[in-house]
Ligand binder design. Structure first.
Ligand code: SF4
Length: 685
């Protein structure tokens, strides 16, 4: 008999609700895993809509290629032996080299309960801050910008604001492809109230094609453009003087540093300024094009500065809106998945550390922040980190300069990988592989881009010997002698502990507050409906800074990256129907039809100069590596710039792995790698 189960999508940070009609699963979970997917009409994130990736989730739940038993090397092991080995190696490593010789690299694919358990084990019990997440690659710059401006990592608006706005500025976001349900929502608003859409993006993307105005800035031109825009609004008398007086402090000399060349023609800049001046109800949605830059944090603050100074925040239909890539990047940020946060939006001050240590009854609370992702892999390469546990992510493909990352993994004395897939690029370096639950088996919560917490529910019995990630972590913790602090018996218990812990944030006036959910019993947790922490506009009463005011942060555009040797600017992008390193979407025949191979997009005039032809092959070379692509001529590329997709791995595409190309350069504040605006050259093959 069919079962109907409400859950959330496995993919992006829109966080769409799904109604899954499950059929044909036998008791072991190894039979036909039939499931019909539909959008959940009652979920506030999508109100029944889904994109192609969500719609075809049912094609990706088969067990082919799954890791179904613990593996030590290439030998199948039982859980007891594998866990003993992991705990023993970690214990030895701490004893011989100290806690900072251990690192966890986790993922926005983990549920909040998994993330909470990993962070507690590392920061409270192992005693190191060395836990970072692949969300570092996604929105760490937005987090840093929020912290600098608001005093807390808070998105100050909601999807509802997209329904009520008159102007949407999309910055570094191919929303129609990467967050399609948000795009559908914006289109509906345009139909209903004539909302204008402006896309600020070096590339003429599918989103830009449909906008009212496309501003094709140079890569990393966002900061100068927003500075110039704010200076122009000041000249036109469009600042909100009352809001500035009552709610905003400014860096010294802030107003004197605004005047910049906007980087676009005078006519286009005037057009942009006129539209912006006429539409005070304005949302700026920014994404990876802004964040994945060596100047990403400044870009975020340039956008936030504009909204604060013009009072376009904390009002219906207005605000700076960072939209995340991963399904639970936000949940990870809440519980402390980033190396530079402790937990529950708390930092490392003596008071905050004391509160967290008391709450966890932690014997070894870490002294301070740990290493961010790129630095973590450098420390592995240098031999300083000797034990690495990778959970639900594929850094051998997804981190920049992946040749270096693979070298680091090959040098690490102990690599443990928890994953659902048996053969991943990272798993090939693992000494121990631990089989985890996948989407459709996981049970817990995720938080989407608008701070909405939703349940992800199991659709199928767990196959083989797979376990929940939080359970695997707790099992290792128990073997380290900390069983009392990790004695959860289900996900609801982990969630309640986390929700209780947010009282530490609440007591400091922060917006993160799940204390109302701290006493849910198991049945209430099971039946939990989506809720938004902080409400629709969480910063309305005060900003969580010592003064209660937000801050205008002086920002400067980054220097150009190109050189005589590598004269082209290289951008990376997502495709509509693929997700990250394709370990899931690559399983769907339907999704694979959209773009079956990775393409090098190049302007036709550049192609002529470079002797590249449509459909031919070109090798992209950077200081870090090289990769080969089929050439696609595109008028949507600016001259002197090229673009390749992020998805394909060595195993799939041989020479097509794009993350060989970006360098290890990161934003100095957030540590987020600069996947955009690299320096490259192209050789025809
Ligand atoms: Fe899933 Fe994102 Fe598509 Fe929604 S928009 S169905 S969350 S991939």
């Amino acid at each position: 008999m069919n079962k109907s189960i409400r859950t959330t999508c496995a993919y992006c940070g829109v966080g769409c609700g799904i109604t899954a009609e499950v059929s044909g699963v036998n008791a072991s979970g190894n039979g036909d895993r039939g499931v019909a997917i539909a959008g959940d009409r009652e979920h506030p994130a999508n109100k029944g809509r889904l994109c192609s990736k969500g719609t075809h989730l049912g094609e990706t739940v088969g067990l082919e290629g799954r890791l179904l038993a613990p593996m030590i090397g290439e030998r199948e092991a039982d859980w007891g032996e594998a866990l003993d080995l992991v705990a023993g190696r970690m214990r030895e490593c701490i004893a011989e080299h100290g806690p900072d010789s251990v690192a966890f690299y986790v993922s926005g694919q983990l549920l909040t309960e998994d993330y909470y358990a990993a962070n507690k084990l590392m920061k409270g019990f192992v005693g190191s801050g060395n836990i970072d997440t692949n969300s570092r690659l996604c929105m760490a710059s937005a987090v840093a910008a929020h912290n600098r401006a608001f005093g807390e990592d808070v998105v100050p608006c909601s999807y509802e604001d997209l329904d009520a706005t008159d102007l949407v500025l999309l910055v570094g976001s191919n929303t129609a492809w990467c967050h399609p349900v948000v795009w559908q929502r914006i289109e509906k608003t345009r139909e209903r109230r004539g909302t204008k859409i402006i896309v600020i993006d070096p590339r003429r993307t599918e989103t830009a094609e449909q906008a009212d105005l496309h501003i094709p800035i140079a890569p990393d031109g966002d900061t100068a453009l927003f500075n110039a825009l704010l200076a122009e609004m000041k000249r036109r008398g469009k600042l909100d003087r009352d809001f500035l007086r009552d709610h905003v402090d400014a860096d010294e000399g802030f107003w004197d540093k605004l005047d910049c060349d906007p980087g676009i023609t005078a006519g286009l800049f005037a057009k942009l300024c006129n539209i912006v001046a006429e539409h005070p109800r304005m949302v700026t949605l920014f994404s990876q094009g802004a964040n994945q830059s060596v100047g990403g944090t400044d870009k975020g603050n340039a956008i936030i500065n504009f909204h604060l100074a013009t009072g376009r925040i904390n009002r219906i239909g207005a605000g700076p809106f960072s939209i995340t890539g991963q399904p639970n990047a936000m949940g990870g940020r809440e519980v402390g998945g980033l190396a530079n946060m402790l937990a529950c939006h708390l930092g490392f001050s003596e008071d905050e550390r004391a509160d967290v240590a008391a709450f966890w009854d932690a014997p070894n609370l870490c002294a301070g922040p740990g290493l961010k992702a790129v630095d973590m892999f450098r420390a592995i390469h240098e031999g300083k980190i000797k034990f690495l546990w990778v959970m639900a992510t594929n850094p051998a493909v997804s981190l920049p300069d992946s040749r270096f990352v693979r070298e680091a993994l090959s040098r690490c004395p102990t690599v443990v990988v928890s994953d659902i897939i048996a053969d991943t690029d990272t798993g090939r370096f693992a000494h121990v592989r631990l089989p985890a639950h996948g989407w459709g088996e996981k049970d817990g919560t995720v938080t989407n881009s608008e701070r909405c917490v939703s349940r992800q529910r199991a659709l199928f019995p767990a196959p083989g010997q797979t376990r929940a990630d939080w359970k695997i972590i707790a099992d290792v913790a128990a073997r380290m002698g900390w069983e009392d602090s990790f004695a959860w018996t289900n996900a609801a218990e982990v969630f309640r502990e986390y929700a209780r812990m947010t009282q530490l944030a609440k007591a400091r006036g922060k917006a993160l507050d799940l204390t109302a959910q701290a006493d849910l019993d198991d049945a209430e947790y099971e039946a939990m409906t989506p809720f938004q922490w902080g409400g629709e506009r969480p910063l309305t009463s005060r900003f969580p800074t010592p003064s209660g005011k937000a801050r205008l942060v002086s920002v400067t555009p980054p220097a150009p990256a190109t050189s005589a040797e590598f004269p082209l600017r290289l951008n990376t992008a997502r495709y509509r129907d693929q997700w990250h390193t394709m370990t899931r979407t690559g399983l769907s025949p339907t999704l694979s039809q959209h773009r079956p191979e990775p393409l090098l997009e190049v302007h036709p005039a550049d192609a002529r100069e470079l002797a590249l032809v449509e459909g031919g092959l070109g090798r992209v070379e950077t200081a870090s590596g090289a990769a080969v692509y089929r050439v696609q001529l595109s008028e949507g590329q600016r001259r002197g710039e090229i673009c390749v997709p992020m998805h394909w791995t060595d195993a799939m595409a041989g020479e097509g792995r794009s993350n060989r190309l970006p360098s290890q350069a990161v934003d100095p504040v957030s540590g987020q790698p600069g996947f955009k605006n690299g320096a490259a050259r192209v050789v025809p093959l």
